[in-house]
Design a protein around this ligand. Structure first.
Ligand code: NI
Length: 189
């Protein structure tokens, strides 16, 4: 089932999401709906709070062989795309690399807005999978980037919160204005 995606500015996107007690049928159904919603958007990651559920749940689907643009030069050989759907319940980053990288990010809750964000290059994340089984994995490249972006959502942090106050307000004002114009019926003389 497609779920409506909340766009900024919206109070709900500032909420700190709560841990999931047990990965049951309801959680799995939400995970599946989130994947469907993410693909339709289309996007490469989605957190539950973006569809109005304040639970620590994330889905990610990126080409896991894709290096970040900044790493492109290092990646000489041609790689086959590997697209794996990742279901992360109660995800927690347990390690981050000292190396940091800049990468342009977008967000389904900030339509048409992009910004260069600096983050650790690699992370280790532990989480419960779709079956509720504890997992731990090291993520690099686009996967690492996407996981860090989605985990921010669980703590009420948007990518604009990582920008200067001036740029943040500029972007949020633009989005509020665009939404207002969308809602107002066109006036014809
Ligand atoms: Ni986002």
């Amino acid at each position: 089932m497609l779920l409506p995606i909340i766009t900024a500015p919206d109070r709900r996107l500032k909420v700190k999401s709560q841990p999931v007690a047990v990965v049951d049928y309801e959680v799995r159904r939400l995970l599946d709906d989130m994947v469907e919603t993410m693909r339709a958007a289309p996007g490469i990651g989605l957190s539950a709070i973006q569809v109005g559920v304040a639970k620590r749940i994330v889905v990610v689907e990126v080409d896991e062989n894709e290096p970040l643009a900044s790493e492109e030069a290092a990646a000489q050989e041609k790689r086959e795309p590997v697209r794996t759907t990742r279901y992360l319940v109660n995800p927690e980053i347990t390690w981050t690399s000292d190396k940091v990288v800049f990468c342009e990010e977008g967000c389904l809750s900030l339509p048409d807005q992009y910004a260069d964000i600096e983050r650790p290059a690699d992370v280790v994340v532990k989480f419960l999978d779709r079956d509720g089984k504890p997992q731990e994995m090291k993520a690099t490249g686009m996967l690492s980037r996407c996981i860090q972006h989605e985990l921010d959502h669980l703590d009420g942090v948007l990518l604009v919160d990582r920008l200067s106050a001036v740029r943040r307000h500029m972007i949020l004002r633009k989005l509020a204005k665009a939404r207002k114009q969308e809602q107002e019926p066109a006036v014809t003389a």
